[in-house]
Write a protein that binds this ligand. Structure first.
Ligand SMILES: Nc1ncnc2c1ncn2[C@@H]1O[C@H](COP(=O)(O)OP(=O)(O)OP(=O)(O)O)[C@@H](O)[C@H]1O
Length: 256
């Protein structure tokens, strides 16, 4: 589904990503781990079109998408969520979902041709889909609550919900577990699993929470100093001496 070929990202004289290559298979939940500063977010920014790589190629569904902007990738089904949820604070949870633009650029144009009756019907469809999404995420009780008042975990679920309002094929999740309490974390994990297994979403997940990585991800890719150290199943990555050295015995060592 996604192929990265020798991606490099320089910030001035500093090389944050240094020749990164890997493939993401359709239907997988690929975990991207690595110590702070390894280059994971920078890599996400390149894949999602927020940063143009200094060099290297990105192919998505067989098409060279290197350097395409985020909105162009969004319309192709590549969607990214953020470490810090980017909800509209003053809008309700429901409105936040309804704000997500349609996946296909033609949809709006067609809606205009249909006339007002059809536009209203289309809006009704969006509202129905938003309610279904809230129900799936077990957030119906906060549908009319301002998003700014939701808990950290509810905001993460809402962020996931916004990807469900599109016809996303590949979803990039940036630290979904950060700031989420244990109960909501289990819920978030189960929703990601259902979206993957039953609805066919492919995920790449940056995460420092090794429990979540172990539970959800195969394969796991470990980055350090801007490059891929190792790729494999969680156990083999966890026990790899280079990985343990990269973490200096912190997170992965503790999880092991
Ligand atoms: N816009 C930028 N300008 C200069 N340096 C940057 C920029 N963005 C990131 N970096 C540097 O690139 C390196 C990789 O950062 P990045 O945020 O990609 O790492 P990360 O693996 O996501 O870390 P973390 O797990 O802490 O989020 C870091 O040394 C960071 O300081």
């Amino acid at each position: 589904m996604l192929e990265l070929d020798e991606l490099i990202m320089d910030f001035g004289g500093f090389r944050a990503v240094n020749g990164c290559s890997f493939r993401v298979e359709k239907g997988s939940i690929t975990g991207l781990i690595g110590p702070n500063g390894a280059g994971k977010t920078t890599l996400f920014n390149m894949i999602a079109g927020a940063l143009r790589p200094t060099s290297g190629r990105i192919r998505f569904l067989g098409e060279d998408v290197t350097g395409l902007a985020s909105h162009q990738l969004f319309h192709k089904g590549l969607v990214r969520t953020f470490q810090i949820p980017q909800e509209f604070h003053r809008l309700t949870a429901l409105e936040n979902l309804m704000m997500v633009p349609p996946s296909q650029p033609g949809e709006r144009l067609f809606a205009n041709w249909f006339g007002w009756g059809r536009v209203r019907a289309a809006e009704g469809d969006v509202e129905r889909r938003a309610y279904e999404t809230l129900e799936f995420l077990e957030l119906t009780h906060v549908a009319h609550e301002r998003a700014g008042n939701l808990s950290g975990g509810q905001k993460k679920l809402l962020e996931l919900g916004r990807t469900m309002m599109t016809d996303a094929k590949l979803v990039l999740l940036d630290e979904p577990a950060a700031g989420v309490n244990r109960t909501l974390l289990r819920k978030l994990e189960s929703k990601i699993e259902i979206l993957n297994k039953e609805r066919g979403y492919t995920f790449i997940l940056i995460e420092h929470d090794m429990e979540m990585i172990e539970k959800l991800c195969a394969p796991v890719i470990c980055m350090a100093e801007g490059t891929v150290l190792i790729e494999g199943d969680f156990q083999s990555v966890r026990c790899n001496p280079q990985v343990l050295e990269a973490y200096l015995g912190e997170t992965v060592g503790d999880a092991a």
